[in-house]
Ligand binder design. Structure first.
Ligand code: ZN
Length: 224
């Protein structure tokens, strides 16, 4: 996004009203229990585009969040998208993008939560599981993660820069899913590294294609 006026124009969630049911209170973690305490809006000059500035009050703990949101200027009541930014946001991971395969999201979420709780072994195991499923989901062959990454790079599905990077991720070579009695503990930095690698891989294999697909759909809608 290059300008706040683009909020909700090309990417967002369905509906043309703020979907407060999606918002989680950062203080008590209750979801979707908000009333609007303050509302203001600003229109873009000579345009249908409007930015909304809402302060939402949590019905459970009486905490407040600020929400900037806008619907697409091509939106009609039941057939539109909007996007929003909330401050503050919960400092806990609660979900994954809906368009990811469920199992990948489940393992990714557990990797993230384990990272927050500093459970390094669990972080590495969960990250490796999410990686494995996403690589196999793209037809990777090989006996371990490293070989599967190399295979996808050879097929042109992964770019060389990801393959190069994978050479520096120590956890890719470990087999912490089949631990031995003398298994050393996972190094905290190695756990962080593999999650970072996982985040970029998922961005490339799932988020980017999804964004391009959405972009194409909206272009076609606008042209029809
Ligand atoms: Zn609350």
């Amino acid at each position: 996004m290059d300008s706040w006026w683009q909020l909700g124009e090309w990417a967002g969630v369905s509906g043309s009203e703020l979907s407060t049911y999606r918002i989680t209170c950062p203080f008590c973690m209750e979801k979707g229990n908000f009333e609007t305490a303050f509302h203001a809006e600003k229109s873009k000059p000579n345009s249908r585009k409007k930015l909304n500035f809402d302060t939402l009050k949590c019905g459970n703990c009486a905490g407040y969040v600020m929400c900037l949101w806008s619907k697409s200027s091509n939106s009609f009541d039941h057939n539109g998208i909007h996007s929003y930014k909330v401050l503050p946001w919960p400092l806990k991971y609660e979900g994954h993008p809906e368009f990811w395969p469920e199992a990948i999201g489940r393992y990714w979420l557990q990797a993230k939560k384990s990272l927050v709780d500093e459970n390094w072994d669990a972080t590495a195991v969960m990250a490796r599981s999410a990686l494995q499923i996403s690589l196999r989901d793209h037809g990777a062959a090989g006996r371990n993660l490293k070989q599967e990454i190399d295979d996808l790079a050879e097929k042109g599905i992964l770019p060389p820069i990801i393959k190069d990077w994978s050479n520096n991720i120590r956890e890719l070579g470990n087999d912490s899913a089949h631990p031995k009695p003398d298994q050393p503990p996972t190094d905290p930095q190695d756990a962080r590294d593999i999650v970072k690698f996982l985040d970029f891989l998922l961005e490339y294999l799932y988020n980017l294609p999804h964004q391009i697909e959405k972009y194409r759909e909206r272009k076609e809608e606008n042209n029809s």
